[in-house]
Design a protein around this ligand. Structure first.
Ligand code: NDP
Length: 263
């Protein structure tokens, strides 16, 4: 039986095991996926090899450590400098970032998007900004503090803090901050959001399982809204394809979605 894990700290609330195991069961793939609480991110590769895992996902706060420790980093993860998936191939640790393509898949239901305002400048924002830029979708980053904007400016992505931001027209506004996760904050001042959302058509929140104050405001201003469930699902589906070396069809994807929603 192949062994897979999700490394994180904390990891106890992760829904990845129930989602991945539902996919394995659907395919009759002989594997088991568990949670792995990892204190020290620097040890991630050693733990992965020592335990003979075939693959892993990596969540907060270890994505950058996982990037640094991998033998080979593939695709857009090289630019993002953070990875969420490990695969063992010929005794080498191969790393990928499936958060970025998972986000693109999640916003496909909005149709053709030309320009995006991305709220937040953390790890998730980096993955989303680079995924959008690679698709030639115009992206502007807006963040509460200035400190994290350098990464974006260095990769030719427009990036502002609340003080120097000028209102513009955007098709889609994305909340990639943690405002609204465990509190009732908006991710940016209401005056800015009111103006932006009045002119946009779609709003997406990376937070899943609830209508955040951001999505609530966007809906009241006639935007079509979507939470982060599909992003979580599709990053998992893309990792699953790497784990099983198969292409996930709709039946597998729906089995994984049901797994995700299990209590
Ligand atoms: P980080 O800690 O790396 O970044 C957090 C960002 O949120 C920073 O830009 C920070 O701004 C901003 N922020 C936090 N609180 C506020 C606030 N009250 N008002 C304005 N800005 C705020 O987090 P991640 O990028 O890892 O995660 C961001 C969110 O995305 C989380 O809610 C997480 O749950 C969600 N997520 C969802 C996924 C999915 O699959 N659906 C996958 C990954 C993440 P500052 O720089 O000023 O501190």
């Amino acid at each position: 039986m192949k062994k897979f894990v999700i490394f994180g700290n904390p990891v106890v609330h992760s829904k990845s095991p129930q989602m991945q195991n539902a996919g394995f069961k659907h395919l009759n793939f002989d594997a088991n996926y568990e949670k792995f609480h990892l204190e020290n991110g620097e040890t991630i590769k050693d733990e992965f090899l020592k335990n003979r895992f075939s693959g892993a996902n990596i969540t907060v706060p270890h994505k950058e450590f996982a990037f640094k420790n991998a033998d080979i980093v593939k695709g857009i993860a090289q630019k993002i400098e953070a990875v969420n998936t490990y695969i063992l191939e010929d005794n080498k640790v191969i790393a990928y970032n499936t958060d970025a393509p998972g986000f693109l898949k999640a916003i496909e239901s909005f149709g053709n998007i030309k320009n995006v305002l991305l709220l937040g400048a953390g790890g998730t924002a980096k993955a989303i900004a680079l995924a959008l830029a690679e698709k030639n979708i115009d992206v502007t980053v807006l963040n509460r503090s200035k400190e994290k904007l350098e990464f974006f400016k260095n990769t030719n992505i427009k990036a502002f803090s609340f003080e120097d931001f000028k209102i513009n027209n955007f098709d889609l506004v994305v909340n990639s901050t943690s405002a609204g996760l465990k509190d009732d904050f908006l991710p940016a001042p209401k005056e800015i959001l009111d103006e932006v959302l009045k002119n946009s058509s779609f709003a997406f929140d990376c937070i899943y399982g609830k209508i955040t104050p951001f999505l609530d405001l966007a809906k009241s201003l006639d935007n079509e809204i979507k939470d982060g469930e599909d992003m979580l699902l599709y990053q998992g589906v893309l990792a699953f394809e790497l784990f099983t070396n198969t292409k996930a069809d709709n039946m597998v994807i729906e089995a994984m979605r049901r797994g995700l929603k299990e209590e």
